[in-house]
Design a protein around this ligand. Structure first.
Ligand code: ATP
Length: 440
């Protein structure tokens, strides 16, 4: 049996440092001392996060005829969250250390205060994780509203709207990507657990008799999605929750877990939610959320299989898995071995020198690539330094324009992982990249 890879606490610091230094993720409101557990995505981070979400949307919606998307409101009335069970049960057990007064989620500490080592805690209190606010102009008199703590409810409350407009029948899914908010007691580990984050969720509505089969299907699909985007098998595993640990609505939950620098932890959860959500909203709203199967002349409430992933958390896992230090020409280099679909820049166009003669043809190359690929254009420093800078942010290909290019209309394509360089005619550049990306 292969030995289990071990946790690597130094890696987290290296990735956080790189993320800040190269414009992936910044501490939010940093000039005011930061705002705990909120982060801003910089020029490279926003590219990568968009790529993670686009990869998910492509595989979960665009490539499938059985899934459609929506984009629902973030603000919602209490009725939704009463019916979903969040008002009553979306709580974590909050404890205070009696000695140093730090606050913790009871289920995340091993009976010992991580801050001071004390074992004396207050009794656990149920703390609701939803952000509550007021909708309306007059302070204190507006209607209570909540920021959604998950995107899923938008798919349930729009079930009839979607069914009436898209002519699908179970099994079919509704997908959504967007921000969610949870007043986490102990946000931690960089963007792993934050109070504001992005989710990628899909509710797959199925005939009840097929629920188990589809539950297994989606576990398999989702596990393979991460593998296909470059997370090594040794850092990915499935963890099926024991029956006694299941949430009240769940008939089965399996987490896709990633080996983070602190050990195995959740990346995504896939749950068989039964008919809980549609039944709850039917009862509470008085609007029946059902499917009428004309062929069988039968009305039923579909079961729901939900793969629920975090976009920001997934981006962090992709960064961690991609981070490598290797040796090139006797020098240590940092390289992000990101899948080309996730890399912030897919191609960097690098004129060998700043001399104006090279600018025209370099801009021409850039103009040919930019509609297809996210490109960087960099003329500063030596070419070796520029390669290292691109390696460090995971750019799969550098295209170097030199003085010969003016004569032979060829450029050099350098590969990030092998560092191999090949000379390619400018006219064949798009075809070469299409081949390397497996698009042709
Ligand atoms: P946990 O037990 O870790 O608090 P959860 O099981 O409640 O998480 P879900 O409600 O299943 O999480 O959310 C689905 C996915 O959304 C998670 O797998 C994770 O990727 C992401 N997610 C949830 N909470 C956060 C958060 N506070 N910050 C970042 N991502 C989150």
């Amino acid at each position: 049996m292969p030995s289990e890879p071990s946790a690597n606490p130094e890696l987290l610091d290296k990735v956080i440092n790189l993320a800040k230094r190269r414009g992936f993720v910044f501490q939010s409101a940093e000039i005011y001392g930061g705002f705990r557990s909120t982060y801003d995505y910089g020029p490279l981070g926003v590219n990568m996060l968009r790529n993670v979400k686009a990869a998910w949307w492509r595989d979960m919606v665009q490539m499938r005829q059985d899934v459609v998307g929506i984009d629902a409101a973030i603000l919602g009335p209490p009725a939704v969250w009463a019916a979903s069970g969040h008002l009553e049960t979306f709580t974590d057990p909050l404890v205070d250390c009696r000695k140093c007064k730090e606050r913790y989620r009871e289920d995340k500490i091993d009976g010992v205060c991580p801050n001071c080592g004390s074992t004396e805690f207050t009794e656990a209190r149920a703390f609701n994780l939803m952000f509550k606010t007021q909708a309306g102009p007059v302070e204190g008199e507006g209607a209570t509203a909540y920021l959604r703590p998950e995107t899923a409810q938008g798919m349930f409350t729009n079930f009839n709207n979607v069914l009436a407009t898209i002519r699908k029948k179970p099994p079919f899914g509704i997908a959504q990507v967007g921000k969610s908010f949870r007043n986490e007691i102990t946000p931690q580990n960089f963007v792993f657990r934050t109070r504001e984050f992005e989710q990628m969720e899909m509710e797959y509505f199925v005939p009840p008799a097929e629920a188990d089969e589809w539950y297994r299907y989606w576990i398999d699909q989702r596990y393979n999605w991460y593998l296909g985007l470059g997370i090594p098998e040794a850092q990915l595993r499935l963890h099926e929750h024991a029956k006694e640990d299941l949430s009240h609505y769940s008939r089965g939950t399996t987490d896709v877990e990633f080996l983070y620098p602190w050990g195995w932890d959740e990346l995504e959860g896939i749950a068989n939610r039964g008919d809980y959500d549609l039944t709850q909203h039917s009862n509470a709203s008085g609007t029946k959320l059902e499917y009428f199967d004309q062929a069988a002349n039968e009305r039923y409430t579909p079961y729901v299989i939900e793969p629920a992933a975090g976009a920001t958390r997934a981006m962090m896992a992709f960064l961690l898995a991609a981070y490598h230090e290797d040796e090139v020409e006797g020098e240590t280099r940092t390289v992000l071995r990101l899948d080309w679909r996730l890399a912030p820049y897919q191609v960097a166009v690098l004129p060998l020198s700043k001399k104006p003669e090279l600018e025209g043809v370099s801009r021409e190359v850039l103009a040919a690539l930019a509609p297809q690929y996210s490109c960087d254009y960099d003329v500063t420093q030596s070419i070796g330094r520029r390669y290292r800078r691109q390696d460090e942010v995971g750019t799969p290909w550098c295209v170097t324009v030199d003085f010969d290019s003016l004569e032979d209309r060829c450029v050099t394509v350098r590969d990030r992982d092998s560092t191999e360089q090949v000379r390619v005619p400018i006219d064949a550049l798009l075809a070469t990249l299409r081949e390397r990306t497996g698009q042709s």
